[in-house]
Ligand binder design. Structure first.
Ligand SMILES: [Zn+2]
Length: 330
């Protein structure tokens, strides 16, 4: 069973904010690929042909873009209306789902639940809430609705994008407390982002240390291996027994050789490979087909690098079983 544990779908905000967000997100990547000018800011003309980047992703396209993958985790994006990106959050402007009424970021979790219902064999759904959007009690109420009524599997949080710290006792801790009570897994974007109006200081992995200390039974997955603060993420995940990490996005930044070295580093830091989950961060950066083959080829480099191969069992676990353990109710 191969599971891509980190996917985005539909659209993550209203235009023009959604377009601005994606352009900031991808500018550096496409500049380094030689596809956008580096000596000046790209104009609308320069971005021509790349409009697909800020077009909504249809579920059939997501599935078609995942050859060889059995299941995809689809993540809601939390709502906000106070950042430089205007109305932001998962929504469905073109009616790809059957959720009735006008498109709205307040229906983010309904969209994910609808997609899971329509594609029960392919999708696992995570809801999202933002305690800074309409307050903590509204966020907890929405979390309860998403899990207990809509039947979603877990929660995804985006503190840096939503301008709060995950160690904030008033904003964030009540959400973690409720997640622990509900016995649901929480995925959290604790990593950098090139998006300008997302403070880097709120992305540091060590901010989750107090969360692990306060909620020892909470299952928590730090996304993107904490990139670029990878060592900090490894220390964190090694320390807290119920913490996991995923390699989504991070795997677009590194080579097959570097991934093999990274997995040995995990073990050296005390992170058993049972805590490492494979994912892509689709549709950003490299595509699943390439990322899957990159991951599966890492052992080809063991001799040259003078390191042991990763065992077939560990490979299989990272590609799916570990995530199933993460979402399993204890
Ligand atoms: Zn993501």
């Amino acid at each position: 069973m191969i599971i891509d544990c980190h996917n985005h779908i539909l659209l993550t905000g209203a235009y023009p904010g959604a377009e601005k967000f994606i352009k900031e997100m991808t500018l550096g990547y496409f500049r380094s690929q030689g596809e956008l000018p580096v000596d000046r800011m790209p104009t609308d003309e320069d971005w021509k042909g790349m409009e697909y980047l800020w077009a909504p992703t249809h579920p059939d396209k997501l599935i078609a873009d995942h050859p060889g993958v059995d299941k995809c985790v689809i993540l809601a994006v939390a709502p906000s209306d106070y950042t430089a990106y205007g109305v932001r959050g998962l929504f469905d402007p073109f009616g790809f789902t059957k959720v009735p009424g006008p498109p709205s970021i307040d229906k983010a979790n309904d969209y994910i639940a609808d997609l899971v219902k329509s594609y029960p064999d392919q999708f696992i759904g995570f809801c999202a809430v933002n305690p800074k959007y309409r307050g903590v009690s509204a966020a907890i109420k929405e979390l309860d609705r998403a899990i207990l009524d809509l039947g979603l599997t877990g929660l995804k949080l985006y503190p840096a994008y939503d301008h709060y710290s995950p160690d904030d006792r008033e904003l964030a801790f009540p959400i973690f407390r409720r997640a622990e009570e509900l016995k649901i897994p929480v995925m959290i974007h604790q990593s950098s982002t090139p998006v300008i109006d997302a403070p880097l200081k709120l992305g540091r992995p060590f901010l989750l240390d107090d969360v692990g200390r306060a909620f020892p039974n909470l299952k928590l997955l730090a996304c993107h291996a904490g990139a670029p603060w990878v060592d900090e993420c490894l220390v964190l995940v090694a320390k807290h027994p119920n913490f996991y990490l995923d390699v989504s996005f991070f795997n677009s930044l590194i080579s097959e050789e570097e991934m093999l070295v990274f997995l040995h580093k995990c073990k050296a830091f005390g992170v058993p490979l049972e805590k490492v989950c494979w994912g892509t961060d689709y549709p950003g950066f490299e595509f699943p087909e390439k990322l899957l083959s990159k991951f599966m080829n890492i052992n080809d480099h063991s001799e040259k690098l003078g390191v042991e191969k990763i065992s077939p069992k560990d490979m299989e676990n990272m590609l799916g079983n570990n995530f199933l353990n993460f979402i399993k109710k204890n």
